[in-house]
Design a protein around this ligand. Structure first.
Ligand code: F0G
Length: 377
């Protein structure tokens, strides 16, 4: 590791004692421009942006000690414009759709992809159609797709059913499918790996990430491999992917017809990028494992209460998974650097947070009542 601590690295850079990172981290450079040489951008690609990418890499203050890790960082993807990592791939996908003259896009989604597609389509002035499982999309995500002006259709079925429908609709109609079966999605999502290497000065030893439709783990792996080949990193990380126990087709090595988990974002039984994820796991020397809903919710609360990071339940799956592997002595992080990708913002799923936290106390608006409620008198 050349610079394990990004704050130290930044100080050295400012002091002029270290070379600049491989690319400019300036926030005002759009993601597509910043990583242009690593992405399929042509002179005809419109460099649209909502300010995606360049998300914080935050060092852990609590969980790092529990895991006895050399260093633990969180890549806070909830800081993206629509609150999830999806914006990295969507900005490129919509740009390429525009370049190719498309006027409408369609996707299936557990919520975040639809929010992102709706936002970038609105930005680009084209139509977005989103198909989601009725009753299994967090309220914030649904609100996003609606207010951005997408045509929202809810089906009696799950994500896998929705994706199958979208693929057929895309073949038969003049509409661009913007799920991760569209290769530009994964191309854009590689940028998360680039940013981690730029911030740390090299790739970490491990990367932990939740797995749903299995696109992100595949994209990160491709990004790390590409960055090392370009000489911007000396190593690639071992990839640690985590599915929810009730929606773990890759772990079980079979399609799960009726996936169930509180982490609705990763409630998927037949992931589109299944084989790419298996390849990422095997080529990196990593693993894909599963975690129970109770472990996910435990990590979800811990991230909020001990790190000050409010993420959505699916995002906590990676942290839950690493805790499980360390606790059961299947993983030793001593002297190792680990990055956990926190894929989405907790505000997307406020119901879950309120449900877990219980009711706030109701008190009269006077000092004594408040002091009494606080146990001070
Ligand atoms: N975390 C969050 C917050 C997600 O929304 C998703 C996927 C994942 C993790 C898993 O990433 O699918 O690339 O393996 N959400 C998709 C959606 C399925 O429709 O928003 P993946």
């Amino acid at each position: 590791m050349r610079d394990a601590d990004p704050q130290q690295a930044a100080l050295r850079i400012r002091a002029g004692r270290s070379p600049l990172p491989a690319v400019s981290l300036k926030a005002d450079v759009p993601l597509l421009d910043r990583y242009r040489e690593f992405l399929p951008i042509t002179d005809a690609t419109p460099l649209i942006t909502l300010g995606e990418g360049n998300t914080p890499l935050v060092r852990s203050t609590a969980i790092e000690h529990e895991l006895r890790a050399g260093a633990l960082y969180f890549k806070v993807e909830g800081a993206n414009p629509t609150g999830s990592f999806k914006d990295r791939g969507m900005v490129l996908t919509i740009a390429k759709a525009l370049e190719q003259g498309s006027r409408a896009v369609i996707c299936a989604s557990t919520g975040n992809t639809s929010a992102s597609a709706a936002a970038y389509a609105a930005r680009a002035g084209i139509t977005a159609i989103v198909i989601v499982p009725d009753g299994y999309v967090a309220l914030g995500k649904l609100a996003q797709a609606m207010i951005y002006g997408a045509r929202v259709l809810m089906i009696r079925g799950n994500f896998d059913d929705a994706l199958a429908l979208v693929r057929t609709l895309g073949e038969e109609n003049p509409v661009t499918v913007v799920n991760s079966v569209n290769p530009y999605r994964l191309e854009g999502q590689k940028s998360g790996a680039f940013e981690i290497c730029d911030a740390l000065g090299d790739a970490p030893d491990y990367l932990a990430i939740p797995v749903g439709n299995a696109g992100n783990i595949s994209a990160y792996w491709a990004g790390f491999v590409q960055y090392r080949a370009a000489g911007n990193a000396t190593q690639t990380p071992r990839m640690l992917g985590f599915q929810a126990a009730g929606a773990a087709p890759i772990v079980r090595n079979e399609v799960v017809p009726n996936p169930e988990t509180v982490a609705t974002a990763i409630r998927i039984g037949n992931p589109a990028s299944w084989h790419l994820a298996v390849r990422a796991r095997d080529e990196s020397g990593g693993r894909i494992d599963s975690v129970g809903d109770d472990e996910i919710l435990d990590a979800y609360q811990m991230l909020a209460q001990r790190e000050g990071l409010f993420v959505e339940p699916a995002s906590a799956a990676a942290v839950a998974g690493v805790r499980k592997l360390v606790r059961t002595r299947q993983l030793d992080l001593a002297g190792r650097t680990l990055v956990c990708v926190l894929t989405g913002n907790g505000l997307k799923d406020p119901d879950r947070a309120v449900m877990l936290s219980g009711d706030a106390a109701r008190v009269d608006p006077d000092i004594v009542a408040i002091e009494r409620a606080l146990g001070w008198v």
